[in-house]
Write a protein of this length. Structure first.
Length: 82
């Protein structure tokens, strides 16, 4: 059985959370605007799209705070967020 040192690392471009977060937030924002302008799906659909956008903002905030903690050298910061 190979140990962890034998497994190659993924390239930075495939590990980066930013593209996924940006695409997700953009899609939720587009959905919110479409639902708001057309009324398609009603209030429930608008609430879901706004919550999806809020989760994206929360996720972005957590990633940025953790990266700042790594740069400061905090012991409690997550590792591997270079």
């Amino acid at each position: 059985m190979p140990d962890a040192s034998d497994i190659p690392q993924l390239p930075r471009a495939l590990r980066a959370p930013e593209p996924v977060i940006i695409v997700g937030m953009t899609l939720w924002a587009v959905a919110a605007v479409v639902v708001w302008l057309t009324g398609w799906g009603g209030d429930h659909a608008l609430q879901i799209s706004l919550v999806g956008l809020a989760v994206g903002v929360l996720g972005t905030t957590i990633v940025l705070v953790q990266r700042a903690a790594v740069r400061r050298g905090d012991r409690t910061a997550q590792r591997g967020l270079d």
